[in-house]
Design a protein around this ligand. Sequence first.
Ligand code: ADP
Length: 315
Amino acid sequence: FRSDGTVEAVAGTTRDVTELDRANQALQEADRRKDEFLATLAHELRNPLAPLRNGVELLAVAEDLGAVSEAQAIMGRQVDHMVHLVDDLLDLSRVSRGVIELRLDHNDLVDVLNMAADTNRPLIAARGHRFTMELPKEELHVHGDATRLAQIFGNLINNAAKYTDPGGRIAVRAERQGDRVRVSVSDNGIGIQASQLHRVFDMFAQVEDGQGHSGGGLGIGLHIVKRLVEMHQGGIEARSDGLGAGSTFTVTLPLSKVEAKADPAPKASVRKHRVLIVDDNVDAAFTLSLMLKKKGHDVHATYGAKEALDLAAGF
Ligand code: ADP
């Protein structure tokens, strides 16, 4: 101020907080998605429990073999579903920490695709889909982890079966493109809106189709698939002409030049073994020992390390 009190000069500072604000919003969004994810997770893990419990009760009262095997089949399917969810969860954390290790090998693409298809055959049959595979005549080899490669295509086929109304069509096509192979998994199912296509590979993404379709998943499968494809130096893209128009997921992988390894040595025939089981999960150890005994092995189950060490020497 001047001596007469009028303003002489004004000084100020301006700070651009746009970045900070954006980061803040991104954090809030991530937090919200995680909350949503936890709710979905709880829901999806609980879903198989009701049929499992019913199965247990059915086994207790079943009077004929037919009822027993029906209960068994239901329980088997539900447990498989839970195992699938939990495996995905474990993979998700491994993928985000970057600690997935690939067991690299040269794999025949046909074997990989057959493995992927086989795990989905029960679901495809249950939903009455028509499933076709179009494979190239020449042998193609892919360098990678056979189990993970099968997981990639298995997941895409699984989604195609889930997100297509019963009686649909699912097609797997593989074709060589120079030194790469393109594998597409198409369905004539519910499709994906253009505005949502870029989101399907995001973590926790579940696309709203406006008709309340839910595949009973966690929205993490495609995120894991994309990371696995990238770990194999490949790429993946999703295409759809919109809701109701089906979807196509295409994976491109580099071909390996080395010939596949010779057939593995024939497996030794099953012999009777002495098996010592050690697990502090008493139920797990007990059921495993029952199963192995049924197969004719000599089994001992123990529940602690000390006890196991004592037994190991003599048994
Ligand atoms: P989810 O466990 O929900 O199946 P994914 O990561 O495998 O999770 O898929 C993410 C979302 O992408 C799904 O929830 C679904 O909305 C959409 N999606 C995936 N595959 C298909 C498909 N073949 N047809 C239509 N929508 C699909």
